[in-house]
Structures are given as C-alpha cells and as structure tokens.
Design a protein around this ligand. Sequence first.
Ligand code: ADP
Ligand code: G6P
Length: 483
Amino acid sequence: MSDGRLIVVSNREPYIHERNKRGIRCKTPVGGLVTALDPVMQRVRGVWIAWGSGNADAEMADEKGRLQVPENNPRYTLRRIWLDPKEVNEYYYGFSNRVIWPVCHLFQEKAWLLPEYWETYKKVNQRFVDATLEEAGPEDPIWLQDVHFSLMPSALREELPDSNIALFWHIPFPPWETFSCIPWRREMLEGLLGANLLGFHTSSYVANFLNTVQKEFPEAQISSSAIRYKGRTTRVRPFPIGIDYVNYRALSSRENIRRRANQLRHKMNVQQIILGVDRLDYTKGILNRFLAFERFLDTHPRYLGKVSFIQVASPTRSAISEYREMKRQIEETVGRVNGKFQRPQWTPVIYISRHVPTDEIMMLYRIADVAMVTPIIDGMNLVAKEYVTVNDNGVLILSEFAGASEEMESAIIVNPYDVESMAKALEKALSMTSEERARHIEPLRKLVKEHDIFWWLNTFLEEWGVKMESLEASGGQRIVAGA
Ligand code: ADP
Ligand code: G6P
C-alpha cells in the first residue's frame, strides 16, 4: 500500500524540446514505451525521471532539470538527467543498443561486447539511482522501465531496503544460451533481483528469465512466478502491455481525421492499401515484408496497378552502423521493387522515412485495408493494437514472433522469415470480403479494448501490492489527451 507518488524511471523521455531556426518545439518521441506510459503518468501523476536528450531541454527545465508536462495541460513532473556525449555513446548506443538490444532480440552476431560500454552503463545506472533517491520518499513506489537500468533495483534496494521497487522489461527476454553471451550477465541478473516485482510482456519471456536465473544461480529457489535468492523474494509475471484504447478511438473518429482520410484514399486511386508503421529497426522485418510484396505481385499480376504498399519507417538510433546499413538495404529494395513494377499512374511501394504526426498515422490506419506487422521478433508491438483499434474493417497480418501474437491469435499469423507464406497471407487478406474483415477485426478490437493500458497498469499495481491514491481519486474517468 502506498500513499506516495509514483516514481517512473526510463531512458527515453516523454517530451523532448528541440531548438530550430524558428524557435523551441516540443516533440513526442517515437516508440512503444513512451506511447504506453505517458497516459499512465497523466492518470497517476507523480515524477518521471529520464535522460534529457533534446538540445533545448535544459533551457526549458529548472536548475534540477524539472518541469511540468504536458505543456498545455500539466499533469506530472518530468525530471531530466543530463548525459555527456561519451555517456550517450557508451551507455545508450553502446551497452543498451549494441549489447542488450541485439542479444535479447536474438541477433547475437550484432552485439559489441566492449568493457567500456559496461563500465559506462554501470556509471549511468548509478547516476539515475542518485536522482531517484533525490525524488523518492520512503512511501513512493519506484517503477523502473526497460533494459537501460538492470542494475538499479539492487542499487536502490541497498539504500531503501523497504521500498516498493519494480521493473518492467519492454523487450523480449531470450533463452539462457543467448542471454549468457553477455560477459556481465550475472551482475545484470543480480541487479534485477533487487526488485519486488519484475514484469515481462509474455509467459515465454518469463519462462526464459526464470530458466536463466536457475542456470546462473543454482542455489536460487524458483517457482513458476517467483524467485527466492539471498533471502529476498522477487515475483516475476507476464503483463501484456496495451494502448490507451479510448483515446485512440476518440482521436481517430474525429471529423477532420475522417474527412482527410477519405480525401487521401480517394486521391490514391488504388483499390486496396497495405500499411506498415515501424521505427526503422532491424528487428521489425521491413525488408522481408517488401520481398513478400514483390513475390505477391510476381505471382498475382492481376493486382498490378490496384494495390499500393505504404510503409512509414522513422529513422532511429542512426549513430549505430547496423541501423544505417539496414536503412540502405531497405531503400535499395524499395527502389528495385518500384523500378520493376511501377507505372506512370501507380506506385507500388510508397516509402515515408520520417517521423509522422499521430493524426496522420491515424489517417493511415483508417485507410489501410491490411496492416502488415511482421517483426522478426518484437517484445509486444503496439502498432498491431493501434491498427485494430482504429480500423473497423481491416485485416491484421501479424508475425508469430511479436509478443502481441500471444494474445492476438485470431490475426493472420505468419512466419516473418518465410517470404512465400507472407505473400500467400497477403493474397488471403486482400481477397477477404467486407463481412469477413469485420468478423476478423471485431474480436481483436475487443481484446485490445479489454486489455488496454489501464488494465495493464491496474494488473501490475495489484500484483505489486501498490495502491495509488491519485489513481483512486481519478476514478474510472478516462483522460483524452489533447481533447
Ligand atoms: P517500438 O516500441 O519497438 O518502437 P511499438 O510498435 O511497440 O514498437 O511502438 C511504436 C510506437 O511508435 C507506436 O505508438 C507507433 O504508432 C509509433 N510509431 C512508429 N513509427 C512511427 C512513425 N514513423 N511516426 C510516428 N509514430 C510512429
Ligand atoms: C523500444 C524500447 C524503448 C525505447 C523505444 C524507442 O520500445 O523498449 O525503451 O524507448 O524502443 O527507442 P529509443 O532508443 O529511441 O528510445
């Protein structure tokens, strides 16, 4: 039980201030963690501690790095932490995104196991611990987010032995053989075991984690949902994350979005539209998706001129060479596929490689007959949930290796490595009747509605044994951002 404020800690901040020639602008970053947690913090209030990554972030915060957000309707405190370029390079790009990210997504061959990355990761974890100790009172539950902070639970536990400390791991947790290629795996696991509760998206990530702990620490006592180690118990459970369903439905049904979506659909002058929306990450399977579309057009020429594929792919982590290389390969493939099929009046692949505002993403969800969400592997994937929320008559093609497939099993499930079967899935999706589509999407939408982000929050807090007064006070009322 807690009367305190919720303290959330993540690497990525929910609001970034950037200065350009026209002045300072506040942006929301692209990514599932921020999409999911901002509505939570708007509901619960409290403090969100994160890296201040924008070039005007310091100007917009007080001397402690604090400001109230969102700007137009302040609901919680953002506390920004400053990192120098070496720290950004070694802790964020290095250990988080060149070690933990590839290893947990089963791309061990892309991991750079450099000791300097590990040293800086430790140092930055300690920096966040110090800031958390400044913000958190003894009653305040501390909720750490994601792979950037595996050492924080134990480090905080030393200072706050009785505090409620939890961590949610937003990406897959791999089998022991994969995770244990990280030379510092035991320190990371011991760090995590300082938490009272560890959350993962799916039951298979939980099973992988429990098995990894058992292999590394044979003396630990392990049940299906808890670990007893060095006299302390950590509960471990799946909590499939969701979206702010009500807000998405409300925003996407606005008259101006409907109207602009209809106009766009009309202008496109094709019978059907396939959509992909992703950060440009090598885990997202974008390349294979285009190969599947190419195969589909090769084998079903009657669709030439009638179907376009819109891919929104926002550049991400471009300081990392593997991301730049993948971007190059994708762009080459788009050029090749378009060169092969294009006609004066028809573009097969429309490729948008930038951040797209949320209302435009909503329009695209509305006009797409089929969404291809086919990551090679993904912790959950919120795009799948957003699409079925917005579109009442679409078809979802979903990778069996996206965490979302554990719940959304009635989607058209595909193996993202199998280009041929993805081409067949496209043909199946595009030939469904309107009634079949409505029957297909209805149960998926129901599931996303029932297991929305507030269901996730409540389930997590209940298991954690934390009751937030601010949450009780807001009752069942939904918060509609920007409404
Ligand atoms: P990840 O967290 O790995 O990026 P998710 O699918 O869980 O993947 O979440 C991605 C979030 O970012 C979704 O809310 C989606 O709408 C948003 N998003 C993805 N690509 C773009 C883009 N190009 N422009 C704007 N928003 C995007
Ligand atoms: C994934 C990670 C998040 C991260 C997001 C965007 O969802 O789990 O921790 O914030 O990707 O990536 P970025 O590196 O830009 O924060």
